[in-house]
Design a protein around this ligand. Structure first.
Ligand SMILES: Cc1cc2nc3c(=O)[nH]c(=O)nc-3n(C[C@H](O)[C@H](O)[C@H](O)COP(=O)(O)O)c2cc1C
Length: 293
C-alpha cells in the first residue's frame, strides 16, 4: 500500500512537472522538485494527464452504446456562450463513411460542427427574430464547439476509450463533408472530428508539452529573449522531452527538430496564396464570414 502511494507520488511528480513549470516559468530541476506539491491528486487530473492521441490504429472492437451515450452526455456539459450550444454533433458509425469524411476510421466518429440551424429553426418556430451569421458568432461558436469536443475526449479517456482528434475533414475537397452527411450549407461548418475506439497498442511515449516561457505569460505578455528562444530549441531537440512528431530530422541530418517542422512538415501546405482558398469560400457560403472579406 505504502509502495503504491510512493509510486503514485513519483508518477504524479512526472505528470505534474508541466504544472510546476507553469509556476516556475522556466525549465529546470527546481521546477521538477516543486512538482511534488502540485502532482495530480485526484482522478480528474490523472485522466487529463493520461490524455494521448491514437494515430489511426484502432482495434476492431466496438464502443458500447451506453459508453458512447455517456461520452455524448459529458460532451454537452462543456461551457458555452449564453448556454446556446451553437454546435451539432454528428455521430458516424460506419467506418467506410468515416474514412471518406475525415480520412481516418475507427468504431465511432463524432463530427463537431459550428451550427446555428437548430437555434434559428426554434426562433422561426416561435416567430422570433434571430439573425446569426457574422465573424463574431463564428468565433464564439468555434469556442463552444471545441470545448464540447475536448470534453468528449476527456470523458472518453475516463471511460477507457481512446480517441483521435482530427481536422482531416478540412483536407482535400471539403464540400464532401457537407455532401456525405447532408449538412446544411448555411450556418453550419464542420470544425473538428473525434474518432473513438480502442487503440491496438499503447503509444510508446506520451507526448510532452511546453509549459514555460512563451506559453504562459505571468501578468503581462513577455517577449522571448534570445536565451529563452535557445532554450525552446533545446527542449524540442531533447529526446526525453518528447515534443516532436517524429525523430526523422536526426536521420535526415538536420541540426534541430524545428528545421524539420518549419522546413518540411508545415511547408507542405502553408503556401501563400493570392486566390481565395476553399476554406474562405466555404466560410463565406456558410454565412459566417462577410462576403466581401
Ligand atoms: C486541431 C487538431 C487536429 C489534429 N489532426 C490530427 C490528424 O489529422 N491526425 C493525427 O494523427 N492527429 C491529429 N491531431 C492530434 C495531434 O497530432 C496530437 O494531439 C498532438 O501530436 C499531441 O499528441 P497527444 O495528443 O498524443 O498528446 C490533431 C489535434 C488537433 C487539436
Amino acid at each position: 500500500m505504502r509502495r503504491d502511494r510512493r509510486a503514485f507520488v513519483r508518477r504524479g511528480a512526472l505528470l505534474g512537472g508541466s504544472l510546476a513549470l507553469l509556476r516556475a516559468g522556466t525549465a529546470g530541476a527546481s521546477a521538477l522538485s516543486d512538482a511534488k506539491a502540485v502532482a495530480p491528486a485526484n482522478t480528474a487530473l490523472e485522466t487529463i494527464h493520461q490524455l494521448r492521441t491514437t494515430h489511426g490504429n484502432f482495434a476492431d472492437k466496438q464502443v458500447p452504446e451506453d459508453v458512447l451515450q455517456q461520452i455524448l452526455q459529458a460532451s454537452v456539459r462543456a461551457a458555452n456562450a449564453s448556454n446556446m450550444q451553437s454546435y451539432s454533433i454528428v455521430v458516424v458509425r460506419d467506418p467506410a463513411l468515416m474514412k471518406q469524411v475525415c480520412t481516418y476510421a475507427g468504431p465511432r466518429m463524432l463530427l463537431y460542427c459550428v451550427d446555428h440551424n437548430r437555434l434559428k429553426a426554434t426562433a422561426e418556430h416561435l416567430k422570433l427574430p434571430y439573425a446569426p451569421g457574422n465573424a463574431e458568432d463564428f468565433v464564439t461558436s468555434c469556442v463552444n464547439t471545441a470545448l464540447a469536443a475536448q470534453t468528449a475526449v476527456v470523458a472518453s479517456r475516463a471511460l477507457g476509450v481512446d480517441s483521435l482528434v482530427t481536422n482531416g475533414i478540412h483536407r482535400g475537397d471539403m464540400e464532401r463533408v457537407w455532401r456525405l452527411l447532408e449538412l446544411p450549407e448555411t450556418l453550419c461548418f464542420p470544425l473538428i472530428a473525434v474518432v473513438l475506439g480502442y487503440a491496438t497498442e499503447e503509444a510508446p511515449q506520451r507526448k510532452g508539452r511546453l509549459s514555460g516561457a512563451g506559453v504562459v505569460h505571468d501578468g503581462k505578455y513577455h517577449r522571448l529573449t534570445k536565451d529563452e528562444l535557445d532554450g525552446l530549441v533545446r527542449q524540442y531537440d531533447d529526446p526525453a522531452a518528447h515534443l516532436g512528431l517524429n525523430d526523422s530530422w536526426r536521420s535526415e541530418g538536420r541540426q534541430h527538430y524545428l528545421e524539420w517542422l518549419f522546413g518540411s512538415w508545415l511547408s507542405r501546405s502553408a503556401k501563400p496564396t493570392t486566390t481565395e482558398t476553399q476554406m474562405l469560400r466555404l466560410l463565406k457560403r456558410s454565412g459566417f464570414i462577410e462576403p466581401n472579406a
